[in-house]
Unconditional design. Structure first.
Length: 387
């Protein structure tokens, strides 16, 4: 079975929604216009229930099948938020909000799940219930966590969750997935280094925090090279190095380092956090200075459940002919909070040969819409087969 004919018919309409969303990007939890548009459309489609304000600005639509002898509910999730990027695509429907841009394709995700919701509301050719989940704040705000914390899974008795992300580099409308750990845990740290400032010509009277912090930056690289099992993945990146001195001749009293740690295994994550503190404090002490570490855990590892992944890949093969093995991704993904709460699977749909996500020239590829929508519809019709 290739893509569903109905989505070929609906494609112009879904494309129009997508481009409208693209013109009006909203960041983090500020998805007010987007959430209102989603809720209006779900009501117009005839969803049995439309709940707003879930996880602040999240929206959930409930669609009941022709029958419910299975008594089962599955969740389909899309993200709605944009990024704080100045768009440089030159598109006729480019962002009208300077400094905000749909540079991760969440406009496409929202439009595709709306298209699937329209089809499922029309046909209802399944036995059970579908929850279409639209979350805010995927890009660093933890909107998925807020929706789970709001009791979404219990309120609608959601048993499984599915997610989809467009992926530049995968052929348009093709799919890729992997079982087990898929997206990395993404943690952040600040290291505050203190020493003794002074005249640059009299280092003997100072404890030079620039040198102390430099030792720390280099020593942190041994977490990956010397502490972690070589077959396990860990990335430690120091991304900001700010000294209290703006002068040529002043040794700064303090240095502030910032960075991120990415891991795919909870034991490696624990080890990296512990070693980061030990190394920062130890390297500073070695030089007579001091370091204080503030380590914050972000999104957990996003793990695809085996059974749901196998099923999702079968559906992708039915829609697109085949399904590739996706690579591990060291980026974080907020769907982790949902797939930690319930068994689930997250799939990549090809965006073709485009600029990468988070780039000012990136654009979601509308040609992926029929395949993406068909995958959503088939997930429902195969998981909850009509009685
Ligand atoms: Zn993104
Ligand atoms: Zn994204």
């Amino acid at each position: 079975m290739p893509v569903k004919n109905r989505f070929a018919e609906l494609m112009p309409e879904i494309t129009e929604w997508r481009r409208d969303l693209h013109e009006h990007p909203e960041i983090l939890f500020e998805t007010h216009r987007t959430s209102a548009m989603v809720a209006d459309k779900l009501r117009a489609f005839g969803c049995d229930e439309v709940a707003t304000g879930i996880g602040r600005t999240g929206v959930v639509g409930i669609i009941k099948g022709k029958s419910n002898t299975s008594g089962r509910t599955i969740g389909l999730r899309a993200d709605m938020d944009a990024l704080p990027i100045l768009e440089d695509t030159g598109l006729p429907y480019a962002s009208k909000t300077p400094g905000a841009m749909h540079a991760c394709g969440h406009d496409g995700h929202t439009a595709m799940l709306l298209g699937a919701a329209k089809y499922l509301s029309e046909t209802r050719n399944f036995d059970g219930t579908v929850a279409v989940i639209f979350q805010p704040a995927e890009e660093g705000g933890g909107g998925g966590k807020e929706m789970v914390d709001d009791g979404m899974m219990e309120r609608w008795k959601i048993e499984e969750v599915y997610g989809m992300h467009n992926w530049p580099g995968v052929p348009t409308g093709k799919f890729a997935i992997r079982s087990g750990p898929f997206f990395a845990a993404a943690d952040q740290f600040d290291i505050y280094v203190t020493g003794k400032g002074g005249h640059a010509a009299k280092p003997q009277e100072t404890i030079d925090t620039t040198v102390v912090a430099s030792q720390i930056v280099l020593a942190l690289q041994t977490i990956a090279s010397r502490n972690a099992d070589p077959v396990k993945q860990v990335v430690v990146s120091v991304t900001s190095f700010e000294t209290a001195s703006k002068a040529y001749n002043v040794i700064p009293e303090t240095v502030h380092l910032k960075g991120t740690v990415r891991t795919l295994d909870p034991a490696i994550q624990d080890m990296a956090e512990q070693r980061l503190k030990e190394i920062a404090e130890g390297a500073a002490a070695m030089m007579g200075g001091a370091a204080r570490v503030d380590y914050r855990r972000g999104y957990p590892v996003m793990v695809n459940s085996d059974a749901q992944t196998e099923f999702a890949a079968d559906v992708a093969r039915a829609v697109a002919g085949d399904c590739a093995e996706a690579p591990l991704v060291m980026g974080g993904e907020d769907f982790a909070f949902m797939s930690n709460a319930r068994p689930g699977a997250y799939i990549l749909v090809g965006n073709g040969d485009t600029a990468n996500v988070h780039h000012p020239k990136y654009n979601f590829n509308d040609e992926a819409i029929p395949a993406g929508c068909s995958w959503w519809a088939e997930i429902v019709e195969r998981r909850l087969p009509a009685a």
